[in-house]
Design a protein around this ligand. Structure first.
Ligand SMILES: Nc1ncnc2c1ncn2[C@@H]1O[C@H](COP(=O)(O)OP(=O)(O)OP(=O)(O)O)[C@@H](O)[C@H]1O
Ligand SMILES: [Mg+2]
Ligand SMILES: [Zn+2]
Length: 723
């Protein structure tokens, strides 16, 4: 049976292998057992019910709380050749009745349903009139009051199922793993002796970093400038922060959307769509954004502020890299975020939850301060054992910690607070240390203090960072809700009077030799994503529904030129190959000819193995990636090696090596290629290039004497361009 499932996986979704846990869950469902699957965000839960839905006779009902995303999910299924629909409040009355009619005729394999529908009599009627094979309950934690997203209508589900004429298989899916929630799901959904599976929480393709830049804005802008044209989310703590950052990024010409609870529904929807449809590349948002978003090509998630707990952090960061290709999760830690979060807890928490929230906040801060492996920290926080000390894919594993002695600065700050009688907040203390000339300082005569201006050679941000550090180390307390003031703790006396030293830790990135990464053809990638975008617009679906980035990348490594070869690419199922294959094949064919790319079968197999071990590098800056390989070829050539020798040495094709050399020639580098060229045909070749302008190289070559090579033609094209 599992073989059939595997075939369906390739046929409909284009994937060769199941991910961790999928096969197990599917085989139990196919065995007609109830199931509960707990798998992290982006792990691939949907396929666990979609594949059984295809093998069963009848229709699978999927309960999902996310109305705004049902359309995407259904569109995606339809693109994969699966008949599906949804029933929720966005349907007009006539659409609704049409859907019901179709459902009764058994036209759908999968129907997505909003839980609110379960209260309607008409709907229950429908359920008893169709052959239901399975109830799949997505985001099943919504049934539990202990979860973070309780939906009262979820508690109706068990009853509805009980009242059906024939009880279908019930399978529940969630990413939330606490015992309380898990038990609630089993009990409240009345799962019958369910097979329960919890896969590990690790997401290997995500790299984790905590950065503490003095100037966060500058850090962010540098990062964005180096990562243009790829999708990413920036999470901020407050709506105001979102608005400010959005304005600033827009002014600087970045392609950006925003999302927070204070915007109108329509503005939010518009912004979400722009981002999901790749019309903008950056989303600046509060934590209100992202639940259930299946945009698979999000390459980074930056937390501009530290969130309140690790649960939120891991869920938000986990929205990156759903396609399984590498993605970055970066947390910009500034100790003032501790103060903001404490303030939020004070404002919103009830006395009973406050303690828990403070504990969680502490764990979050520890994550930012730890010098151990970040991945290990996260996984252990979620109760998972790891058998390694270093994951080698987080900022702590990839950097060295440098300690700096800040005792003198600490003493200056402490005595300044003391002299201001411990009655003021971080802003005024900073101003005094900096020596600012404000009216308030003058009127309070703080400019007479001996500590006035003693840190004038530091920026205000640095002073604040140092103060915040002393707060996080419990030398200073922030007291008061609305206008927190700084007071010294007893720990200060050790520093001020007993020679205790204070150290701040900073990370220095290790320059590490990168694991053997594959460089793919970035130029071709650009062409293929343009086609994808055009198709997506015609079909009115987000581009990643056509093909994921990772699928395009694989095309740019394997250069498939026949349907058969295309079908071998991961993410290309039969339906997509049939429907869109020709557009992509046409471009690849053209490209392969123009660039004379030779595909040797061994190379394809070798590449395919590397790809499946997922060491693909996502472009940061396209040009620079290509530079060194060309230069390597150039240096070898200039050292006297022949083209043949370089081909053997570098394991690249002759066409590639020739292209490197011509590129160097085009770039004006000192190189004489005429000795490699059939110069006796110069005139004819140049005439033909002129005459057949815009034609395929293949056709130009065919029109010339047999001895003339592609290398000759490309050389003269370059020469003509240069003159
Ligand atoms: N076997 C597989 N091989 C490759 N990609 C897969 C496989 N299974 C799923 N995927 C891809 O992984 C991505 C995430 O899948 P899915 O939306 O089902 O995640 P999820 O577990 O439901 O996450 P969430 O908790 O956020 O809803 C999708 O883009 C999907 O196409
Ligand atoms: Mg899901
Ligand atoms: Zn690590």
């Amino acid at each position: 049976m599992i073989n059939t499932a595997k075939q369906l996986l390739k046929n409909h979704f284009g994937y060769d292998d199941f991910r961790k846990g999928q096969e197990e869950i599917i085989s139990h469902i196919l065995n007609k057992e109830d199931c509960l699957a707990i798998m992290p965000t982006g792990a691939g839960k949907s396929i666990c019910y979609q594949i059984p839905a295809l093998t069963f006779e009848g229709t699978t009902i999927v309960i999902s709380p996310l109305i705004s995303l049902m359309k995407d999910q259904v569109d995606s299924l339809i693109q994969n050749g699966i008949s599906a629909t949804f029933i929720n409040s966005t349907l007009s009355t006539s659409e609704y009745f049409q859907t019901i009619e179709n459902a009764k005729l058994g036209m759908y394999k999968i129907i997505y349903v909003a839980p609110e529908r379960l209260n309607s009599e008409g709907f229950i009627n429908l359920l008893n009139n169709i052959n239901i094979s399975m109830f799949a309950i997505d985001e099943a934690h919504c049934v539990s009051q202990w979860g973070h997203d309780f939906r009262p209508s979820y508690t109706e589900i068990a009853n509805i199922i009980l009242n059906l004429k024939k009880r279908p298989i019930v399978a529940a899916f969630t990413a939330t793993a606490t015992e309380l929630v898990k038990n609630d799901i089993i009990n409240l959904l009345k799962l019958s002796n369910p097979f329960t599976l919890t896969t590990g929480f690790d997401r290997k393709n995500l790299s984790f970093s905590v950065e503490t830049p003095i100037d966060k804005k500058k850090y962010l802008l540098d990062y964005l400038n180096n990562h243009k044209d790829i999708s990413g989310i920036i999470y901020c703590l407050s709506r105001k922060n979102v608005d400010n950052l959005f304005n600033e990024l827009s002014e600087q010409g970045f392609s950006v959307s925003k999302y927070h609870g204070g915007m109108s529904d329509s503005a939010r929807e518009q912004n979400q769509n722009d981002f999901v449809f790749d019309k903008t590349s950056i989303m600046v948002a509060t934590n209100a954004f992202g639940m259930g978003i299946d945009k698979s090509n999000i390459r980074y998630v930056i937390h501009y502020n530290m969130p309140k707990d690790l649960e939120s952090y891991y869920q938000e960061a986990g929205r990156s890299g759903r396609d399984g290709s590498p993605a970055e999760c970066i947390l910009l830690f500034n100790r003032s975020d501790i103060v903001s979060n404490k303030f939020l807890i004070e404002q919103t928490g009830s006395t009973s939850t406050k303690l828990v929230e403070y504990q969680k906040l502490n764990d979050m801060v520890d994550y930012c301060n730890t010098d151990k492996c970040l991945r290990k920290y996260i996984l252990e926080y979620f109760g998972e054992k790891t058998d390694y000390e270093n994951c080698n894919n987080c900022s702590n594993c990839n950097s060295e910690i440098e300690s700096t002695d800040i005792t003198t600065d600490s003493k200056k700050i402490m005595s300044c607070i003391k002299r201001m009688r411990e009655r003021f907040g971080i802003g005024l203390v900073t101003d005094v240390l900096k020596g600012s000339k404000t009216a308030k300082i003058k009127s309070m005569k703080f400019d007479d203090l001996s500590t006035y201006g003693i840190m004038s050679d530091y920026s205000k941000d640095t002073i604040k960072e140092l103060i915040s550090f002393l707060v996080s180390e419990n030398y200073i307390n922030c007291v008061g809700d609305k206008y927190p003031i700084l007071v010294l703790t007893p720990a200060c006396s050790d520093v001020l009077f007993n020679d205790k030293k204070v150290f701040i830790k900073r990370k220095i990135e290790k320059v590490k030799p990168k694991a053997s990464e594959i460089n793919y053809d970035i130029e071709l990638f650009g062409t293929l994503s343009a086609i994808r975008k055009q198709l997506a617009e015609e079909l009115n679906v987000p581009p990643f529904i056509i093909f994921a980035d990772s699928t395009l990348i694989e095309m740019c490594i394997l250069y498939p030129t026949s349907l058969d070869e295309l079908y071998r690419v991961s993410g290309v199922g039969k339906y997509k190959a049939d429907n869109y294959g020709k557009y992509f094949l046409h471009e690849i064919q053209k490209y392969v000819e123009q660039h004379q790319i030779e595909k040797s079968p061994e190379k394809v197999t070798e590449m395919a193995t590397k790809i499946s071990s997922k060491k693909i590098k996502i472009p940061k800056e396209s040009k620079s990636d290509r530079e060194p390989t060309k230069i390597t070829t150039y240096n070898l050539y200039m050292s006297g090696k022949t083209i043949k020798e370089i081909v053997n040495l570098r394991g690249l094709t002759q066409a590639t090596i020739e292209k490197h050399l011509i590129d160097c020639y085009k770039d004006g580098m000192k190189i004489d290629l005429e000795k490699e060229i059939h110069t006796q045909y110069e005139k004819e070749i140049c005439n033909m290039i002129h005459f057949m302008k815009g034609a395929l190289l293949r056709d130009i070559k065919a029109a010339l004497p047999y001895e003339v090579t592609y290398f000759d033609i490309n050389y003269y094209i370059a020469k003509i361009e240069k003159n």
